[in-house]
Design a protein around this ligand. Structure first.
Ligand code: B12
Length: 216
């Protein structure tokens, strides 16, 4: 199979909601020497975007979102370890990462965590549906200097504002930076709520994180 065929099949496995097929393809792709990140960006993410479109147009329903997500997660369970193989050893900074309260979307947030880890950050992933107070508590506990807050719903984006506000109220001042992301999130929203950074995908998140903690 050519590289392009692998990407296409990975996308199709997500669209069709076939976790086993997706996992199998991911294994095959790696053994053919394909790049894990390319498989994610040109295959799985393309499929997931299509699932989202089909959901918006009413052709797909909630179970299709769930199974599409499961297929993407299954393939990621194979691809993510490959991304971590050439992980940097020196720790650039500690990051608290989570999806905000009321929001159950975890795939993009987890991918951001993997990319940050692969690039030398120590990431504490506090999970999904996390209130602002949990972000603050985790920062205190691990002494993080960077927070990443993910939101995939227009309704839960407001919780990112709360995360920024509560971190400021906790008195960390400029010592703890906040970066936000998620499909509906924009730089304009980051500016509006006073977040320090925004990135549109997991790769860009690495650059933004480095800039925010002053290593680039
Ligand atoms: C899969 C999925 C689900 C799955 C999630 C499974 C899981 N385990 O995560 C499930 C079934 C749970 C789900 C539920 C719902 N979903 Co949904 N879901 C999606 C879907 C199709 C894909 C999301 C995804 O995983 N994308 C792949 C990843 C890799 O991309 P990503 O999440 O965008 O992340 C990247 C960037 O955004 C960025 N990023 C993400 N987080 C962060 C954080 C930081 C700090 C940074 C810097 C960057 C960053 O980097 C990531 C990697 O590159 C999207 C459609 C879409 N196009 O986004 C809808 C979508 C987000 N869902 C939607 C809706 C409406 C819902 C439900 C309300 C449906 C319902 N009626 O119940 C529920 C809400 C549940 C809840 N309370 O959260 C809408 C949101 C509309 C809106 N604007 O508010 C969307 C856009 C679909 C649509 N087109 O209508 N969903």
């Amino acid at each position: 199979m050519s590289d392009a065929e692998y990407y296409n099949k990975l996308a199709q496995a997500v669209i069709a909601g076939e976790p086993e097929e997706a996992e199998e393809l991911a294994r095959g792709a790696l053994s053919q020497g394909l790049d894990a990140l390319e498989c994610i960006n040109k295959g799985l993410t393309v499929g997931m975007e299509r699932v989202g479109e089909l959901f918006s147009t009413g052709e797909y329903f909630l179970p299709d979102l769930i199974i599409g997500g499961d297929a993407m997660k299954a393939a990621l369970s194979i691809l993510e370890p490959a991304l971590l193989e050439d992980q940097q050893r020196e720790i650039l900074g500690r990051v608290v990462l989570g999806t905000v309260e009321g929001d159950l979307h975890e795939i993009g947030k987890t991918l951001v965590g993997t990319m940050l880890t692969a690039n030398g950050f120590e990431v504490t992933d506090i999970g999904i549906d996390q209130p602002a107070s949990e972000f603050v508590a985790a920062v205190e506990e691990i002494g993080a200097t960077l927070v990443g807050a993910s939101a995939l719903l227009t309704t839960t984006m407001l919780q990112q504002k709360k995360v920024v506000e509560e971190l400021r109220a906790a008195g960390f001042g400029d010592k703890v930076k906040v970066m936000i992301g998620g499909a509906p999130v924009t730089q304009a929203w980051a500016d509006e709520i006073g977040a320090d950074g925004y990135a549109e995908d997991a790769i860009a998140a690495v650059g933004v994180a480095k800039k925010l903690i002053g290593v680039e």
